[in-house]
Design a protein around this ligand. Structure first.
Ligand SMILES: Nc1nc2c([nH]c(=O)n2[C@@H]2O[C@H](COP(=O)(O)OP(=O)(O)OP(=O)(O)O)[C@@H](O)[C@H]2O)c(=O)[nH]1
Ligand SMILES: [Mg+2]
Length: 146
């Protein structure tokens, strides 16, 4: 009998004061290269979601994050992996994000029009992440209005 290995992934939604979120484009050599995603990566053994996020965002973007707010956990099955994605929203960090793995970055406002988020500069977005953007736009609006 084959066992399904579920991979925990910490996903970081950096949100600036203008309500924009930071997307990164997956570099050549990784599965699904060219797709846009939120920065983040796999938990290493013994790490919490926040610890993994802090490490990954330092490795990928060169920043040090403050607190991260738990938002959603979703499961997704790709041909290459079965993942459990832990989405965290981050409002505070030090340093300016830059693509340390040569990945393109783009700050994107999540504008909902006719029930979908228009994000023409960050297409295609990873299939597990894309359907969450309408609700994420809502969550960000609420966080910024507090
Ligand atoms: N970072 C990130 N990963 C996502 C998102 N959505 C999504 O399905 N994933 C999936 O979660 C997994 C994340 O793995 P990763 O390749 O980024 O992991 P990593 O940074 O540790 O990479 P590495 O193994 O090359 O060191 C991939 O299977 C990716 O397809 C997202 O928005 N952000
Ligand atoms: Mg990654």
């Amino acid at each position: 009998m084959s066992e399904i290995k579920i991979i925990d992934v910490a996903v970081g939604v950096l949100c600036n004061d203008a309500g924009e979120v930071l997307f990164a484009q997956r570099p050549e050599g990784k599965p699904m290269a060219g797709y846009w995603e939120f920065p983040g990566g796999k938990l290493e053994s013994g790490e919490s979601v926040h610890q993994a996020l802090a490490r990954e965002l330092h490795e990928e973007l060169g920043i040090n994050i403050g607190p991260s707010i738990h938002w959603r956990v979703i499961e997704h099955v790709y041909p290459h992996a079965h993942v459990l994605l832990h989405f965290q929203i981050i409002r505070e960090w030090t340093g300016t994000p830059h693509g340390k793995e040569n990945q393109a970055l783009h700050w994107q406002k999540l504008v909902v029009r006719d029930g979908v988020v228009e994000a023409q500069d960050t297409q295609p977005i990873l299939p597990a992440t894309e359907p969450l953007l309408v609700e994420l736009a809502d969550a960000i609006e609420q966080i910024l209005s507090v």
